[in-house]
Design a protein around this ligand. Structure first.
Ligand SMILES: CC(C)(COP(=O)(O)OP(=O)(O)OC[C@H]1O[C@@H](n2cnc3c(N)ncnc32)[C@H](O)[C@@H]1OP(=O)(O)O)[C@@H](O)C(=O)NCCC(=O)NCCS
Length: 208
């Protein structure tokens, strides 16, 4: 069942809705400034593909017939260590068009997606890597950007967790955030904890 919220902004009414079907996305256009990860039409194709993946979910922010923002959830990449965990779901990306930022859309799209009870069955992670951040349009430096993102994801309970995942340690501004759903078992949490560090020093480098 699709969940929907009406969000009034100074730029107009935005509907926040999901999980969306590919048929619903097909009827909509992409805002031309949704270019953070790839060109808008390619990104639309990627969003549609995710709706058909096992455990894949897309939530969008829509103004009239135009997508102005989205957040994606899917299983971790095959090449990632986290795919070996039975209960990890990855928040792959969140993007709000530069025309619609600072209107509370990101915060509300997260709020709506995390009201879905299915989220409580997962450890939801997000790998925040600074080369994906839009420092140019936001005019934030990477450290300020990191703070904005940790606060934003913190509003739905994602917290920073230390790891030696190579994608995270590649740059000191990168962070792994995780939220343990209330139905996740202690055993699944223990498995996750045991996966955070692969190097031989294990928790000796767990300084956070
Ligand atoms: C990061 C991003 C998703 C924020 O979207 P948004 O809809 O503008 O965020 P919100 O309006 O919900 O902002 C929530 C809070 O975050 C903070 N924030 C967001 N953008 C900010 C900025 N440019 N400067 C300072 N604070 C900012 C503010 O505290 C804001 O609340 P406020 O506006 O009431 O002060 C958006 O800038 C974006 O799409 N960036 C490009 C893609 C990206 O970096 N995605 C994250 C990695 S996957």
């Amino acid at each position: 069942m699709i969940n929907r919220m009406v969000h009034e902004t100074p730029k107009g009414t935005v509907y926040i809705e999901g999980p969306c079907s590919d048929a619903h996305l097909a009827e909509l256009t992409m805002n031309e400034k949704l270019t953070n990860f790839r060109p808008p039409e390619k990104q639309k194709g990627a969003l549609m593909m995710i709706t058909n993946m096992p455990h894949g979910m897309i939530y969008i922010a829509r103004h009239e017939k135009e997508i102005v923002g989205y957040v994606t959830f899917h299983l971790p990449d095959e090449s990632s260590r986290w795919i070996k965990h039975p209960r990890v779901l990855e928040l792959g990306g969140i993007e709000i068009s530069a025309d619609w930022r600072r209107c509370g859309i990101a915060e509300n799209i997260l709020k709506v997606s995390f009201t879905n009870p299915v989220m409580d069955n997962y450890i939801v992670i997000t790998m925040e890597m600074c080369w994906h951040w839009d420092t140019r349009n936001t005019k934030l430096d990477i450290w300020a950007y990191q703070r904005v993102l940790t606060n934003l994801f913190g509003t739905v309970g994602l917290q920073r967790v230390p790891t030696d995942d190579p994608d995270i340690i590649e740059h000191p501004a990168n962070v792994l955030l995780a939220r343990f759903g209330k139905n996740v078992t202690q055993n699944d949490i223990a498995i996750f904890e045991s996966m955070r560090f692969h190097n031989k020093y294990g928790n000796a480098v767990n300084l956070l």
